[in-house]
Design a protein around this ligand. Structure first.
Ligand SMILES: Nc1ncnc2c1ncn2[C@@H]1O[C@H](COP(=O)(O)OP(=O)(O)OP(=O)(O)O)[C@@H](O)[C@H]1O
Ligand SMILES: [Mg+2]
Length: 297
């Protein structure tokens, strides 16, 4: 691996003293640098079947991989849908990491986590003095993502007024910071995600239809875990081995535990599976998770 560039090392040295916004930019720069070190398709972990850094060998996942392979090298906007915990963010990052923009930034914005009043400035930036607390010019997430991928998570939560501004950006490819006049051209690939039925929100007047068609040129629907039960054992073993690598609780699985996991319904999908395995591993005796150790629905 190449040495970290001087300016990044200098920023990293004082990372704990940086203001939050600069820390965010540092994180994006670091990720861009890390991406630039890798060439070619990201492989899943050793010995685990899958593609693009995602685990799975079910028919449903094969279809997801086939679709990803077709759209990786394009800039077609993609809407990723699926229940909570099905891997929507992982897909967005796989699209970025395996495509031609991998050397650029991957910027994830959770539209549900930012207060409506701040969303415009967070996305498009602001100029100094444009509102109380705007002490200096600041780039928005869209501009930070220039040359890379902008992941708009929980897009269904975006207020309608903001949806109109996002649509304008998607049509014109230009951002205008809050309080500023100058526009800047920005080149991003947009991936959006939602666990809400946007079609119903459109009917209810809560989501703009024109924005929907812009974002959902292609929709990638992730299967719920219970619809691909044949992947559960694989994922469970993968998640426990990932835990081991990260210093989190880990253990082996008994055969009756594997059968019990595969028969469970997992409303919280892979995230819930991971949480349950981590909990059970922390309490397992002799490093072995048995069916009786599991709390299952
Ligand atoms: N195919 C997969 N292979 C390996 N790990 C996966 C896979 N899909 C999801 N995961 C893991 O499951 C967890 C949840 O994934 P992610 O955060 O992408 O889900 P999400 O759909 O964005 O969830 P939410 O709707 O709650 O935001 C993460 O730890 C992720 O690494
Ligand atoms: Mg998510």
């Amino acid at each position: 691996m190449n040495r970290l560039p001087e300016e990044l090392r200098e920023l990293l040295d004082r990372a704990d003293r940086l203001p939050a916004s600069e820390r965010r930019d540092l994180a994006v720069l670091l990720r861009g640098w890390a991406n630039a070190q890798s060439e070619g398709e990201v492989e899943p972990e050793d010995g685990f079947p899958g593609r693009f850094g995602m685990i799975g060998h079910s028919k449903a996942m094969e279809q997801v991989f086939a679709l990803l392979a077709r759209v990786l090298h394009t800039d077609v906007p993609i809407l990723v849908t699926g229940e909570t915990g099905t891997g929507k963010e992982l897909v967005a990052s796989a699209l970025h990491q395996n495509g031609p923009r991998r050397k650029g930034p991957f910027v994830a914005v959770n539209c549900a986590a930012i207060p409506a009043t701040l969303l415009e400035a967070e996305l498009f930036g602001h100029v100094r003095g444009s509102f109380t607390g705007a002490h200096k010019d600041r780039q928005g997430y869209v501009e930070v993502a220039d040359g890379g991928t902008l992941f708009l998570d929980e897009i269904g939560e975006m207020p309608v007024a903001m949806q109109a501004k996002l649509l304008r950006f998607l049509q014109e490819g230009e951002v205008r910071p809050v309080g500023g006049n100058a526009v800047k051209h920005v080149d991003v690939r947009v991936v959006a995600a939602t666990n809400r039925a946007l079609e119903q929100q459109i009917k209810a007047g809560a989501f703009r239809e024109d924005l929907y068609y812009r974002l959902a040129v292609l929709t990638l629907s992730l299967p719920a875990l219970r619809e691909r039960a044949e992947d559960i054992e694989l994922l469970a073993k993968f998640l426990l081995s990932r835990n081991e690598g990260q210093g989190l609780p880990t253990a082996k699985l008994s055969d009756d535990a594997i059968a019990a996991l595969a028969a469970s319904s997992w409303p919280g999908n892979i995230r819930q599976l991971h949480n349950e395995l981590t909990r059970a591993a922390a309490f397992a005796n002799d490093g072995l998770i048995k069916a009786a150790d599991l709390e299952l629905a």
